[in-house]
Design a protein around this ligand. Structure first.
Ligand code: ADP
Ligand code: MG
Length: 248
């Protein structure tokens, strides 16, 4: 197995009295695709947001590439740098509606990485080509289908040259016929060696693309292992019920 890129140990996150993560341990190896599956409210999004430091954990350890991430003592600039290398893609795309597609992809490199406009534009065109939307550079987000908007959002995340992509139910808001285009793109990125943590309810995607599956329930990973074991033959009662409901 390759080196560990990102590791969480005994991670806790509370919102007021509500403890949402109750001690999560997770290792993500380089070029590995890990799927997180679990019921609504089990803490999947919060876990991704803590890995990305969009949320600051309350307790526990995060290690990036062998170096501890002292999240309580990091400067805004250091947190910003960590967010850039852990690209997040959301269910509802979150594109800027008043900016053209290409400008959405250029935004991060221009404002966060301080790239020159020409350089950012060249990269953005390459990325739009890669996600199959070369001809949509000048379009407005509202002129695209949901599937196309999501592929723009993936291009926007890739523009930051991340070491890992964190994908939070990125096909859940899409019509069925648009899901395949996004899944095919993610499968291609996986083949090229992109490290990914994928929250999804799409078991066929998990079977096809992921290496390992973690099942979350009530703020903990209650089962983990190779995809075949966790999806086809889960041991935890809650995981068995959940997989059965998804496949029925
Ligand atoms: N910013 C927040 N403030 C308060 N509660 C939150 C916040 N974010 C998430 N929660 C709560 O944390 C729990 C887990 O949420 P979430 O991580 O979104 O779960 P999942 O993605 O598995 O559905 C839910 O009960 C949710 O209401
Ligand atoms: Mg969620």
């Amino acid at each position: 197995m390759s080196e560990v890129l990102l590791q969480a140990s005994d991670l806790h996150k509370r919102f007021g009295d509500l403890e949402v993560l109750k001690g999560v341990d997770l290792k993500i190896h380089k070029s590995e695709v890990v799927t997180l599956i679990g019921p609504s409210g089990s803490g999947k999004s919060t876990l991704l947001r803590c890995l990305n430091l969009l949320e600051i954990p309350n307790e526990g350890e995060l290690v990036w590439n062998g170096e501890p991430l002292p999240y309580n003592r990091m400067t805004p600039a250091e947190i910003c740098k960590h967010r850039a290398r852990t690209g997040m893609v959301f269910q509802h795309f979150n594109l800027f509606p008043h900016r053209r597609v290409i400008e959405n992809v250029m935004e991060g490199p221009l404002t966060v990485l301080g790239e020159a406009r020409g350089e950012a534009e060249t990269t953005a065109h390459q990325l739009l080509d890669r996600v199959g939307l070369a001809d949509k550079a000048k379009a407005w987000p509202s002129e695209l289908s949901g599937g196309q908007q999501q592929r723009v959002a993936i291009a926007r995340a890739l523009a930051m040259n991340p070491n890992v992509l964190l994908l939070d139910e990125v096909t859940s808001a899409l019509d069925v016929e648009l899901i395949a285009g996004v899944n095919d793109l993610l499968a291609e990125l996986a083949r090229e060696g992109m490290t990914m943590v994928v929250v999804t309810h799409d078991l066929s995607f998990a079977r096809r693309v992921s290496h390992r599956v973690c099942f979350m329930d009530e703020g903990r990973i209650v089962e983990r292992g190779p995809k075949d074991e966790v999806i086809e033959n889960p041991q935890a009662e809650r995981a068995r019920e959940f997989m059965a409901a998804l496949t029925s």
